[in-house]
Design a protein around this ligand. Structure first.
Ligand code: SF4
Length: 245
């Protein structure tokens, strides 16, 4: 029988950072990656730590009661953790919300092999690409990037509204070789069909790692603003649209 409860660890309104307009953002628990810089480590593990279980109909009712708040093209965004870890429930809630005409978005690490089956239920996709190289990506996040790349390619090729986000982590993905890899991947896509946002490393999650008694291993990863500007210029020169949300 289909389980249609979602396990969430955080929710709240956010303006324009997780999709257009004012959005109600649900953080679903559990992630299949283990990025050492994760700012929500409390959401990585599905089964431990604080969480709330809510049904699809409860979320639908809550969202419908918030419709007046969805100004400037807002709506609902599902993020995590990694929202697709709870795939069946996510699909059910998206289907329910689309049935009510709600604007929907997902922020995803892009690893789900079933992601494309959600495209028609999503108005906006925010998809992370953390490193272009398969071996480096797997070594640091624990997961291959090949499905991520094919999901981005599929979403862009279908003309979906796609924002690709790259977290700039010094010592991991800001060197010339890595950026050439990003550029080469993006150049193979239709440039008019997606946007890229470069997000500078921050340590907002560091204290959370400590509270969870988990070692925070990232060091010297801050990225200069001039580095971000240079990388944005490289993208623009390649005809790729960059944004800052
Ligand atoms: S994919 Fe996102 S939620 Fe998952 S570990 Fe990495 S940063 Fe954290």
């Amino acid at each position: 029988m289909l389980k249609i409860d979602l396990t969430i660890f955080q929710k709240g309104f956010n303006y324009s950072q997780d999709g257009p307009g004012n959005r109600l953002v649900y953080h679903l628990k559990g992630c299949n990656m283990h990025c050492p810089w994760c700012s929500n480590p409390e959401g990585m593990c599905r089964d431990t730590g604080e969480s709330t279980v809510v049904s699809v109909s409860e979320i639908t009712d809550e969202v419908l009661s918030c419709v007046p708040m969805f100004f400037d093209g807002g709506g609902v965004t599902f993020t995590g953790g990694e929202a697709t870890v709870q795939f069946e429930a996510l699909e059910a809630v998206l289907r329910s919300l689309k049935g009510h005409g709600i604007d929907t978005a997902i922020e995803t690490n892009g690893t789900s092999p079933k992601l494309s089956s959600l495209f028609t239920l999503l108005d906006h996709l925010i998809m992370d690409l953390k490193h272009p190289d398969e071996a480096v990506h797997r070594a640091v996040t624990g997961v291959s990037n090949s499905q991520v790349k094919s999901n981005i390619t599929a979403a862009v090729s279908e003309g979906r509204d796609v924002l690709v986000r790259i977290p700039l982590i010094g010592g991991f993905n800001t060197d010339e070789a890595a950026f050439e890899g990003f550029l080469s991947f993006f150049k193979a896509l239709p440039a008019e069909s997606f946007r890229v946002e470069l997000l500078k490393y921050h340590e907002y999650g560091k204290d959370k790692w400590k509270k969870l008694c988990l070692p925070y291993t990232v060091k010297d990863a801050f990225v200069e603003e001039s580095t971000r500007r240079d990388l944005e210029e490289k993208l623009k020169k390649a005809g790729i649209t960059t944004v800052r949300t």
